[in-house]
Design a protein around this ligand. Structure first.
Ligand code: COA
Ligand code: AMP
Length: 634
């Protein structure tokens, strides 16, 4: 089919409000918007002002009231536990209403915050929807974060209730969540009044009397009592959730998502971008703790009336590199969305793609990759073995949906390897120099989005409008700074090359090296440190820490290395994958004392680098090269 992309993008450029007003017809509103966009509200404007709606109603109730009551809404497939369960939209509603009743009994009302710290169990999605039903604001915290990270989020979000589980399951080990939760609550200064705990048979936990409530027992009681909890109408501009993401310090940024714009944007993407029809089976192989899980495990597919797969497992090792193909064939998945790292892991285990041949993938149409740069090798491997289009697309936690991509629903454009293709309607992209001047096509610079951001993108940061302005809107007035560097070619294709801040992407997980430096620097024997992201064949990037000991420290440095690694795991969590800590005598710096992290990274990656003109002592670069060579890193 000829792509309708140019025509649709043009129609958005001609009249953005009309474009989104038409898209909004796909959502059920209690009250329609009085204004599609009000540029003077909030920090930079607000979408669908005056509208009243409920996200849970649109994800669940309207399908039960319509024709989809008995259609599968959610398929839980957990190769790691052996469990499989399908929930129809009617059963999903029963689960969500019961949990909403439990939350209400624990005092949760519209606007209250609820933290969800869960493994990939279906109850994580029920919890998100139950909050949405009550107009409460959820904040999901990824299970791979440690207690201290959870505590930071508790202090910032001030939740009335936390929903959690007794354990998570990783290949070869069971992670007791409850001690982490208890420790986080202990560390936090804004303690929740209660917790609701899903007891999992793999490792049940002790409960604290009066504070901890049993998920299964409480929801069962609500079902037996026939509790009915109606959807609470909220303003389209009210927050649906807060999702904390790495910023440039250890203090994460609380990205806010509103109700109305979010629904309109996600619903539009399901058909126009991903090319999925209501009733079809869709799979986002991510985790509910990340933005992909929010947008495309829970909300997007359910708003659309599709069936969403909730997968608890890994691309390899649960049990083998054929798991993805088993799920696609068994559940008749039409499209899969995952991170390139998952495919690199599969390719490593099964380079010839032999396991693919064991499965019937006839329903499968498209593979979507995002979360990190998709290297052409991985894309071409997937294309060769799947014989289906493989689509790289680019977005961020902040935007909540694709900024750029090749739209399956509007018809594909030609693929250019290394590019996530073209901007989606809603996004007017430009590339600027560091002093804000527009750059020519093919010139590398700062990628920015002309304000305002489209519906679904963050309206601000939680209780931090000033930080929002400062982090995103100040450096290039009139634009949102993506903090990605790259260029646009003569055909309007974007190329995303690197972050301009200290964020790194490890196995598709977004992490701050600044946050890790704060932890390393806190070690009592360490005077100074630098953490950089170095290239890794499997995970894309890995953090590497370089540290200088305090003078007079005579302890075994190998012991200190181990302690530093353990400290990052304990303070940030295993997800940081921090396993390289290297003692150095000196760190390269500019004459003004700024550590040359970019240059260290280039040395580690074996890339050519220019000795910065402002360097204090160029000999330190040779010292770093020697240390890295000795470790076999470069
Ligand atoms: N709870 C507790 N621990 C977790 C966790 C969770 N939810 N998720 C990951 N971890 C742990 C892992 O067990 C691992 O621990 P280890 O150091 O003891 O081995 C550590 O955190 C690092 O995890 P990860 O970087 O994911 O590495 P891995 O070796 O376990 O798996 C991949 C590598 C590529 C298979 C895996 O990262 C993957 O499937 N990625 C898919 C991409 C994805 O989901 N991206 C999200 C955005 S789309
Ligand atoms: P997150 O907020 O976790 O989704 O991470 C967002 C960041 O991941 C972006 O700012 C990019 O740096 C990177 N990223 C995401 N998708 C892509 C992609 N398709 N190509 C290159 N980088 C990407």
């Amino acid at each position: 089919m000829t792509s309708q992309y140019s025509e649709i993008y043009q129609s958005w450029q001609d009249d953005p409000e009309e474009f989104w007003a038409i898209a909004a017809k796909e959502i059920d509103w209690y009250e329609p918007a009085k204004k599609i966009f009000n540029p003077s509200a909030n920090v930079y404007g607000e979408w669908f002002e005056g509208a009243l709606c409920n996200t849970c109603y649109n994800c669940v109730d309207r399908h039960v009231d319509g024709v989809r009551a008995d259609q599968p809404a959610l398929i839980y497939d957990s190769p790691i536990t052996g469990a499989k369960k399908t929930y129809t939209y009617r059963q999903l509603k029963d689960e969500v209403v019961a949990l909403a009743a439990v939350l209400k009994d624990r005092g949760v009302e519209k606007g209250d915050r609820v933290i969800i710290y869960m493994p990939m169990a279906p109850e994580a999605s029920f919890a998100m929807l139950a909050c949405a039903r009550l107009g409460a604001v959820h904040s999901v915290v990824f299970g791979g974060f440690a207690a201290a990270e959870l505590a930071t989020r508790i202090d910032d979000a001030e939740p009335k209730v936390i929903i959690s589980a007794s354990c998570g399951i990783e290949p070869g080990r069971i992670i007791a969540y409850k001690p982490l939760l208890d420790e986080a609550i202990e560390l936090s200064s804004r303690k929740p009044t209660s917790t609701i705990i899903l007891q999992r048979e793999q490792l049940p936990c002790d409960m604290i009397d009066g504070r901890d409530f049993d998920y299964a027992a409480e929801t069962r009681k609500a079902i037996v009592e026939g509790r009915e909890i109606a959807c609470t109408p909220v303003a389209a501009t009210d927050p649906l959730y807060i999702l904390y993401t790495s910023g440039t310090t250890g203090q994460p940024k609380g990205v806010i998502r509103d109700n109305g714009g979010h629904m309109v944007a996600l619903k539009w993407t399901m058909s126009a971008f991903y090319g999925v029809a209501p009733g079809e089976v869709w799979w986002a192989a991510s985790d509910v703790g990340w933005v992909v899980g929010h947008s495309y495990i829970t909300y997007g597919p359910l708003l659309h009336g599709a069936t969403s797969i909730l997968f608890e497992g890994k691309p390899v090792g649960t049990p083998d590199a054929g798991t993805f193909w088993r799920i696609i064939s068994e559940h008749k998945v039409v499209a899969l969305f995952t991170a390139p790292t998952a495919f690199r892991a599969i390719k490593k285990e099964d380079p010839e793609g032999k396991l693919i041949k064991d499965y019937d993938l006839s329903n499968f149409r498209t593979l979507f990759l995002a979360g990190e740069r998709a290297d052409p090798d991985t894309i071409q491997w997937a294309e060769r073995h799947l014989k289906k289009p493989v689509i790289d697309h680019w977005w961020q936690t902040e935007t909540g949906w694709p900024i750029a991509g090749n739209p399956a629903g509007l018809g594909f454009l030609p693929v250019k390897y290394g590019s996530p293709c073209v901007p989606m309607p809603g996004y007017h992209m430009e590339v600027l120099s560091d002093d804000g001047a527009p750059l020519e096509r093919n010139e590398l610079g700062n990628i920015v989005i002309k304000m305002p951001l489209p519906p679904g993108c963050l309206p601000s940061l939680w209780h931090a409008d000033d930080r929002f302005r400062e982090a995103y809107l100040t450096e290039f007035p009139g634009y949102y700074q993506t903090a990605d560097a790259g260029y646009m070619d003569e055909d309007g294709y974007l190329f995303i090359m690197a972050r301009t801040d200290d964020i790194i992407n490890v196995a598709g997980h977004r992490l701050s090296t600044g946050g890790m430096e704060e932890v390393v620097a806190a070690h009592p024997d360490i005077a100074e440190c630098a953490v950089v992201g170095i290239a890794d064949k499997l995970k894309g990037q890995l953090p590497a820490g370089f540290f200088i000991l305090n003078s007079g420290v005579t302890r075994d440095v190998a012991e200190i290395e181990k302690e530093v690694i353990a400290l990052v795991r304990q303070k940030i969590g295993p997800v940081a994958a921090f396993k390289i800590a290297i003692p150095v005598a000196r760190l390269p710096k500019t004459r003004s004392g700024k550590i040359l992290r970019g240059t260290i990274q280039k040395i580690a990656d074996g890339e050519a680098y220019k000795v910065p003109a402002t360097i204090d002592d160029p000999a330190i670069l040779d010292e770093i090269t020697e240390v890295l060579k000795a470790r076999g890193i470069c």
